[in-house]
Design a binder for this molecule. Structure first.
Ligand code: DGP
Length: 113
């Protein structure tokens, strides 16, 4: 999608610090890190949010979730981490391209704000 910053990032129109990439997913460092490790994991397909997942997207999202443990290990998150997807207004989703925040390397409070 032309005016989507995350589509532009995974389409390499906007340079970014890539952590992992394959045919279906892209992982890069968040521009505004909320923890010593804060990366975003996204499907390359433009899906607005978890509310917009279609049955045909499920394999890609299963693939994405299946990669999280390996990514966490690669990023040194042996002591634990949090995976978050903000969906919609109440969760303050600011980028309308489905993304998962992978956060770690500090104690993460619960409940979140
Ligand atoms: P959310 O509030 O859940 O929609 O989070 C969006 C995140 O995306 C936020 O933590 C900042 C990050 N972000 C927004 N624009 C860019 C960008 O151009 N580059 C990178 N690396 N991260 C971005």
């Amino acid at each position: 999608m032309e005016d989507c910053i995350f589509c532009r990032i995974c389409g390499k129109e906007v340079p970014t610090d890539v952590v992992y990439e394959d045919e279906h997913i892209f992982c890069f460092h968040d521009v505004s890190p909320q923890a010593p490790v804060h990366v975003l994991v996204i499907p390359k397909k433009h899906i607005v949010s978890l509310d917009d997942v279609l049955p045909e997207d499920q394999a890609v999202l299963g693939h994405l979730l299946g990669k999280i443990g390996a990514l966490a290990k690669e990023l040194g998150l042996e002591n634990g981490y949090r995976l978050v997807s903000n969906c919609g207004e109440d969760a303050m989703q600011s980028v309308r391209h489905l993304h998962f925040h992978l956060l770690g390397k500090r104690k993460l409070a619960w409940p979140p704000g």
